[in-house]
Design a binder for this molecule. Sequence first.
Ligand SMILES: Nc1ncnc2c1ncn2[C@@H]1O[C@H](COP(=O)(O)OP(=O)(O)OP(=O)(O)O)[C@@H](O)[C@H]1O
Ligand SMILES: [Mg+2]
Length: 220
Amino acid sequence: MQLNLSTPIGKGRHRQCYAHPANQNLCIKIVHSLAHGGDKELNRELKYYRHLQARTINWDILPRYHGQVATDQGTGYVYDLVRDYNGDVSRDLGFYLNLGQQENNFAWLTPLLAMLRLQLAQNRIVTMTLKPGNILVKRISQDQAILVIVDNIGEASLIPAASYIPYFYAKKMTRIWRRFMQLLEKYGYNAPLAITRADKKQLHSWPAQSTPALPAPAHR
Ligand SMILES: Nc1ncnc2c1ncn2[C@@H]1O[C@H](COP(=O)(O)OP(=O)(O)OP(=O)(O)O)[C@@H](O)[C@H]1O
Ligand SMILES: [Mg+2]
């Protein structure tokens, strides 16, 4: 498969993400750097994907993994490409956080975070460090959005206790969310992440409710 002429959709520390040349709903990730254990990371993620595929989870908040393909850039790993309702590739949370900071508008963020946290817990999905660049804001209609995690799922420990034991799940994810909320403070977002009864109720009809207006770039 030829990827060398297409511009990547995104680039992280060790992977490059391209649109699939033959299917607009898929993307292909290539490991471009073995620094920071790029290949190890990938193997860990694929192992975790196998674990999730063997269970029944809600795939709304994670792109599905579709296996490997050979490309001119080396082995490619195929995932769902996250797109907004209008076909645009979804922007990452960092993009909206920067705009939110400029506009001092974070009303949209709290319900999205609450739903992500509840969805992860309900599906017993573990993550490593949560970062704005690894979370996409998927606009599912003109006034609705959900968060999708595209990177850093699973756990690094030899014995993945958090994946199997509710007590360790809660302990680990409380720590991960606390750190993530501290990171968000750097953007001027200070709401504590308290899950309300109303949030829990919304989980049943999720994602039916509308999202407070997202900050919009001046021209788009
Ligand atoms: N499934 C996807 N749909 C749309 N865009 C994506 C998808 N996966 C990744 N991206 C984009 O590509 C970028 C790089 O992908 P990814 O985070 O997987 O790379 P990475 O090298 O593993 O990242 P990191 O530096 O966080 O380890 C993301 O920040 C995101 O903007
Ligand atoms: Mg990343």
